[in-house]
Design a protein around this ligand. Sequence first.
Ligand code: HEM
Ligand SMILES: [Cu+2]
Length: 539
Amino acid sequence: MYTGPENSYLKQPRGLKSWLLTLDHKRIGVMYLTAIMFFFLVGGLLAVLMRVELSSPARDVVSAELYNRLFTLHGAIMIFMFIIPSIPAAIGNFVLPLMIGAKDVAFPRLNLASWYIYVVGSLIAVASILQGGVDTGWTFYTPYSTSTNSAVITLTFGAFVLGFSSIFTGLNFIVTIHKMRAPGMTWFKMPLMVWGLYATAIIQVLATPVLGITLVLLIFERLFGIGIFDPAMGGDPVLYQHFFWFYSHPAVYIMILPGMAIISELIATFSHKRIFGYKAIAFSSLGIALVSFLVWGHHMFTSGQSELAAMIFSFLTFLVGIPSGIKIFNWVATMYRGSISLKTPMLYAIAFLLLFTIGGLTGIFLGTLAVDVHLHDTYFIVAHFHYVMMGGTVMALLGGIHYWWPKMWGKMYNETWGRITAVLVFVGFNVAFFTQFIMGSQGMPRRYYSYPDQFAFLHEVSSVGAYILGFGFLIMVIYLIHSLYRGKPAARNPWGALTMEWEAASPPTTHNFDKDMKLEHGPYDFDRVEVEDEEMVKA
Ligand code: HEM
Ligand SMILES: [Cu+2]
C-alpha cells in the first residue's frame, strides 16, 4: 500500500517480527495509535448502542442490567484504554523525540514493554465481558463493587495492569526530556508540546500508583474480606472514594494536559505567529499538575464529608480555573492578528477552544458547593465531562492526528473531506451533548436506561447528534485510510512550522534525522525566521 522512500522507518526493517520487536519510538507510537483507535471504535459503538436505547423513554433494545454493563464498559474502555494512552503514548511517542532532536526515547526497551503491558491489560479488562461484564460504573464505588456478583475483579485487575504501562511511559518521557534534548534546546526553547507531556508525565508517575493500590485493595476486599471498605469490620466505604479520586482527579489532567499541549502547536503554526506568553503556558501546565492533587474532594460533596472539607475543596477547585484560563487567553492572543490558515487541524484547535471553555466553565459551576448538590449524578455531569474529554482532548487528538499525519505516513489526507468532517463532528458533538446540560439541570439522573416522558424530546435530539458524530468518524476513517494508498506525497514541512520534527523527512528514517541536530532557532520564531514552507497553501 505505501509507496514512499525505501529508507523510511515504515519500510526498514521489513516484516511483522520487525514491528513486534521494534525499539523505534515511531513504530511504537504507530502501534499505540492503532490500538487506541480500535478501542475508541469499540467504546464508540457501545455509546451508540446506549444512545439507541435512550432515544425513547421506554425499554427498547437493552435491559436495565445490560445498560449498566454498557456504560461501565464504555466508560472503562474510553478512560483506561483510549484517552489516557491516546495523546501521550500514541502521538507523544511518535513526536517527542523528533521534537527535541533526539534519535529515540531514553529507554526504548521499556517503551516497547509499556506497549505490551498495555495490550495485556486491555485483554484482561476485555475478558470481563466473557464473564458477563461489570455493572458498577467505571468508578467501581464500594460497597456495591464489593458485593455485586459481576466481573469486578477481572476489569479492575486489567485497569491495574494498564496503570503500569502509563507509569512507564511517564518515567520514560521525564528522563527523555531531561537527558536527550539536542544541544542548544534549553528548557525555555522546548516546544510547548514537550512541556505539556512533561507535566503529564509527572502526574502519571505520582498518581497512578495510588489507583493501583486502591484497585488491589478492592480486589483483596472481595477475595479475602480484609474489611478496609466494610463498616461491619471497621472499614469505611467512603475511604474508597477518597482513594479513587485522589488518582482520578489528577487523571483528568493526564487526559487534558496533552490535549492542551497539542493545541499550543496547532495555534502557533496555523496563526503563523510567535506564541503569546510562552512561559505562562509552560508554567500553567505545571501549575495545573500541582493543583490537580488538591481538589479530589469535589467529587464527594454529597458523600457526607465535613462541611469544612467541602468548602476548602470547593475553593481549591476554583484555583484550577486560573492556569486553565491563562492558557485559553494566551491561545486567543496568539491568534489575534495572526495570519490564520483554517486547515483541518486548526479547525479542531478552534473547536477545542470553544468546547473546552464550555467544559471548563461548567466545571466551575460544579465546583460550587451548593450548585453541585443539585447537579450531582445528573446528565449535567455527563455533559460536563464529555465536553472536557471529547470536546477537549478528543478534538486535540484529532487535530494532532491530522497535523502529524503527513510526518507519520508521508502522505497528505484530502483537505476538503477533512474540513467537512471537522464541521460534522463539531455539530454532532454539540447536538449530542449540549442537550444533556439542559436535561441535567432539569433533574435527569445519569446511569438510567429509561426516564420520564418529559425528557423524551431532548434525549431523542441527543441521540441524533450521536449518529451525526458517528457518521463523521466513519468518513474520517475512510479518507484517512484512502490517503495511505492515494494521498499526495507529503513535503518535509507542509504547514510551514518551526519545531524540529519538521526537519526530518516525511516519513522520517529509522534514526529520525540525517545529521546531529542542534537548535538553530526557537520553536515559535516566526518573526525572525523565514520558514521554507514547501507547500504552504493559502486557505
Ligand atoms: C463517541 C461519542 C460518545 C457518546 C455518544 C457517548 C455516550 C455516553 C453515554 C450514553 C453514557 C452513559 C450516560 C449514563 O447513562 O449515565 C456515557 C458515559 C460515559 N462516557 Fe461517553 N460517549 C461518547 C464518548 C466518550 C469519550 C470520548 C469518553 C472519554 C474519553 C467518554 C467517557 C465516558 C464516561 C467516563 C462515562 C461514564 C460511565 C459511568 O457512568 O460509569 N465517552 N457516554
Ligand atoms: Cu475532579
